[in-house]
Ligand binder design. Sequence first.
Ligand SMILES: Cc1ncc(COP(=O)(O)O)c(C=O)c1O
Length: 449
Amino acid sequence: MTFTPGDKARQILERDSEVMSPSYTRGYPFVMGRGKGAEVWDVDGKRFLDFTTGIAVTATGHAHPAVVKAIQEQAEKFIHMSGTDFYYEIQVELAEKLSAIAPFGGEPAMVFFTNSGTEAIEAALKLARYHTGRPQYVAFMGAFHGRTMGALSMTGSKSVQRRGFFPTVPGVTHVPYADAFRPILNTEGFSDYGERVVDYLENTVMRQIVPAQEVAAVLVESIQGEGGYVVPTPGFFPALRDLCNRHGILLIVDEVQAGMGRTGKWWGIEHFGVEPDIVVSAKGLASGMPLGAMIARRPLMTWTPGAHASTFGGNPVCCAAALATIKLLEDGLIENAAEMGTLLMGKLRELQIRYPFIGDVRGRGLMIGLDFVADPQTRKPDRDCRDAVVDTAFHEGLLLLGAGLSTIRVIPPLNVTEDAINEAIAILDKVLLKVAHQYHPHVVREYGA
Ligand SMILES: Cc1ncc(COP(=O)(O)O)c(C=O)c1O
């Protein structure tokens, strides 16, 4: 089956091309009509399985009744009162909740609310400078932290995101991420590539370029998202934490994509046994309502009234959606993410055996990446093949999104069912076979795929 947009979709696509900024990266013409759980229908009524969750946002699935109810009830009370100048209980309640679940080993936290991930990153960068009085930052190649000027300056994922916008904010040094699948540094003498990266940061970069005592913070994703769903090696975070401790550097972990239960734990960083100083959350936090949070250990929040604020940040309707989301996560969705993640990962690994141009299946919980390679030995990224899989999947009724050079992210809602997973895997199997005929015909011969 090949899908062509219906009349309504075509009209909207045409109108869109006239008035919407051309900077967006739409890969295929899906025009959303409505959604329920892991299913969506386009404006002409065609059904798709949504394994994108609007880029890891609709954590509780589309239009979860408990989230919808919380939004409706709060909207009837009041929609806005600006947490900058006034108080309202629902914001305090959410901050209390986030403080309790923050991965600070039980140490109390304080929260600054924003409308997006990028703004929450800005808040973290500003707090780190304010609190430490130091000017420099360290970030990672492959990182994505957002598009506002500070966050963009820390981003190192794709040069198209930075092209045309220089000069970025000064004082940022990028070093390789702990990507053992495609290491940039030589690994001689190190059994853990992440430890090698931290050694390079401390003994090369900090000795030759940026003195450690000038560095306010290291900003890092617990698992890289936009950069290609890259899981760091086990030694990376412990070594990084140790380096930060020894030099009085704050460790800011960006959990915008990996946080809020997606990996089968509250935060991605919990998989690595390390407690950061600041955590940044957004995306799944409010199941699709625009909300970000910068959560810091309480002693770090030394800035004074007027130092930072936001008109809309911590909007009460968004806070209500976040509290409903957290309740659903506590009541079983994190557990489901872990369980369904294991099931999905196993099925994707079975597909990898039949289609070895999937060079890597990696991730935690329901944050899974499929990395497409031209050759399993060289691991050369195969972007064209990846794009063909995403496009063909759309035509077969499965929504997927790319990440990095050659990766597909598989990110269903945290309440995804085994039936939906089986349906997605059946579609993907069909899609991979089609794409194999075109891009890797020897695989079809060899494996009878
Ligand atoms: C890890 C990470 N940080 C920050 C951001 C920026 O979030 P937003 O698009 O809400 O500004 C994103 C968005 O994709 C992200 O994946």
